[in-house]
Structures are given as structure tokens and as C-alpha cells.
Design a protein around this ligand. Structure first.
Ligand code: CP
Length: 311
């Protein structure tokens, strides 16, 4: 693998899922592979799971890890040809090349503006690093995608499924803040690659990017959509057509034990209890969110392994 900025960078998803599950049985079996290799993780935004699981994954492979919270460094310029006489101090063209002197792999988190749809769709932060860095880049959640989370979710479903083609439903949930589409987009992309009976349920008007959802069935009746589900993936996203707006906070879309039934509850975390999902779900045996969070390590580790093998 040359980089991991999107799910399509994986050549054979079923194989990589199986390899990640094997890696989980013995996480240190390749502890010499990453010797004298350095992962630099750049965070433009907050993180708990991605920050810790990716570092753990790299260390399991014997890599060294450096973390930079980019807001603590120089303010970066992304426009080409700008006269930099205002607030930006360093051009990404220089920064990415410099960071590449210290890194064998760069991993990057940069959320969307949720104000400028076109700019977010261009993935200007991620793509600037892909363009100017001389080492492979991993997406730790960008404006429109969270492929490490999606690989984690695929591993989790593979481990916990009890039928060859489980029913998986992505269900929108209310949230007080406008959230990105990245997790939902990548989950949809990943489910499209797997042998699952997949559908989406959300209130009218909360359609995701149609170029991503394509022909996937959407049901605006949540209860009906959840019937006989094996896995329910709950996630809020802000409006896509009225870009970045919150047009509904309808609390009746919160996931409850009654609505979930016997399905397994999935969420990428962090989650707002009793807004997105009630305590009774999160604290029940149906919730697999901690299992999922543990799998973040093995998703990151298999991706790092594939890239290190190709350095
Ligand atoms: N799920 C996820 O990406 O968690 P963090 O934002 O804490 O990294």
C-alpha cells in the first residue's frame, strides 16, 4: 500500500480484514518491522481514540512516533502564490517537505470547515500533504472521510456477525452541534464493499452526498428500517444540502433499547449519552462500542504494516 487516504487505497478489503483479525491475536508478531521508522502524527483537531490507537499500532510494529498539534506550530498557508503578509507564517509546501525529513509516514487529521462545501470537498489540507510530502500519508479523519474508522467497523462486523450476510443499518441521530459527514461517508463506502444487507435511515432532508450513497436504500421511517437489523450504526451528521446546518434536533431519533431490539449497537465515539443514544443501550450487552474502539488499533496496525512493507 502506498498511502491510506481513502478506502479505495485498499486493494483487497476482505483479505485486509482477515489479516487485521489475525494481527489482533498476536499484535507483536511484527515488532521488528518498523524498527528505525518514524510515524509523525499531525493533528489539526482533537482526538482521543485515533491519537492513542494509531500510536499504539505503530509501537506494536516497533516504530517511533512523534505527535504535533498543528495549532501549536506556525499558522499554515494553503493557497498557492499568496503574498503571505497576513496571518499565515509557513506554506504547507515547505512544511510538508520539512516534516518528510523527520517522518517515514505522515498521518494527518483535519476536519472540514462545514461552511465552504466546495473547499471541504477539495480536501485541501489532506491533499496538500499528499502533494508536497515525500512520504506516504494516512488519513486520520479528513473533511469528508474517516477510512481508519470504517476499516475498524468492517473488522468489528466481521468478528461479530452471526450470519453470512448481516443486516446493517446506518441511523442518523440528533446532536446539538453541527458534525461532519466523514464517518457516515466512509461507513457507507465500506458497507458498499462488503457482503451485507445495508440501508440508511434519517429524517427527510438529511441526505448524504448522493455521489456516495448512490443506489443504497434510504428509509425515513426509523422503526421500519431497524426491523430485524443485526447491526445498527448510529451517527449524527449535519445537513449536506444546506451545508453544515442543523435543520433538525428531533429527539425521537435518539437510539433506545426498544428501537434497537436484539441488534448490536455501533458508534465511532465520542458519543453524547441520552442525546444520540440512551444509557440503557450503551450500558447493555448489545453495545459493541468498546470492542470497536479496541479494533481501532488493529485497523491502524494493518494499514501501517502494509505501508511500511512498501517503503
Ligand atoms: N472515533 C474517533 O475518531 O475518535 P477520536 O475523534 O477520539 O479520535
Amino acid at each position: 500500500m502506498k498511502k491510506y487516504t481513502k478506502i479505495k487505497d485498499i486493494e483487497n478489503i476482505s483479505e485486509i480484514i482477515q489479516e487485521a483479525i489475525q494481527l489482533k491475536q498476536n499484535p507483536y508478531q511484527f515488532e521488528k518491522l518498523g524498527e528505525h521508522k518514524t510515524l509523525v502524527m499531525l493533528f489539526f483537531n482533537s482526538s482521543l481514540r485515533t491519537r492513542l490507537s494509531t500510536e499504539k499500532a505503530a509501537k506494536n510494529l516497533g516504530m517511533q512516533v512523534m505527535v504535533l498539534h498543528v495549532n501549536d506550530a506556525w499558522n499554515l498557508e494553503f493557497e498557492d502564490g499568496t503574498i503571505m503578509n497576513l496571518n499565515t507564517s509557513e506554506h504547507v509546501k515547505d512544511a510538508a517537505q520539512v516534516i518528510s525529513q523527520y517522518a517515514d509516514i505522515i498521518a494527518l487529521r483535519a476536519f472540514p470547515t462545514l461552511k465552504d462545501k466546495e473547499k471541504d470537498a477539495s480536501e485541501f489540507v489532506l491533499n496538500s500533504f499528499v502533494k508536497y510530502a515525500s512520504v506516504p500519508v494516512i488519513n486520520m479523519e479528513s473533511a469528508t472521510a474517516h477510512p481508519l474508522q470504517a476499516l475498524t467497523d468492517a473488522i468489528t462486523i466481521e468478528e461479530l456477525k452471526t450470519s453470512s450476510k448481516p443486516k446493517v443499518v446506518l441511523s442518523w441521530a440528533p446532536h446539538p452541534k453541527a458534525l461532519p459527514h466523514a464517518v457516515a461517508n466512509s461507513f457507507v463506502n465500506m458497507m458498499s464493499e462488503l457482503k451485507v444487507d445495508f440501508s440508511i435511515t434519517h429524517p427527510k432532508g438529511y441526505e448524504l452526498n448522493p455521489e456516495i450513497t448512490k443506489e443504497i436504500p434510504v428509509n425515513h421511517n426509523q422503526e421500519e428500517a431497524l426491523k430485524n437489523a443485526d447491526f445498527v450504526y448510529v451517527k449524527n451528521w449535519s445537513n449536506y444540502s444546506n451545508y453544515g446546518e442543523i435543520v433538525s434536533q428531533d429527539s425521537s431519533w435518539m437510539m433506545t433499547k426498544e428501537k434497537l431490539g436484539t441488534a448490536k449497537f455501533m458508534h465511532c465515539l465520542p458519543v453524547r449519552r441520552n442525546v444520540v443514544v440512551e444509557d440503557a443501550v450503551l450500558d447493555s450487552e448489545n453495545s459493541v462500542v468498546i470492542h470497536e474502539a479496541n479494533n481501532r488499533t488493529y485497523a491502524a496496525q494493518i494499514v501501517l504494516k502494509k505501508i511500511v512493507e512498501n517503503l
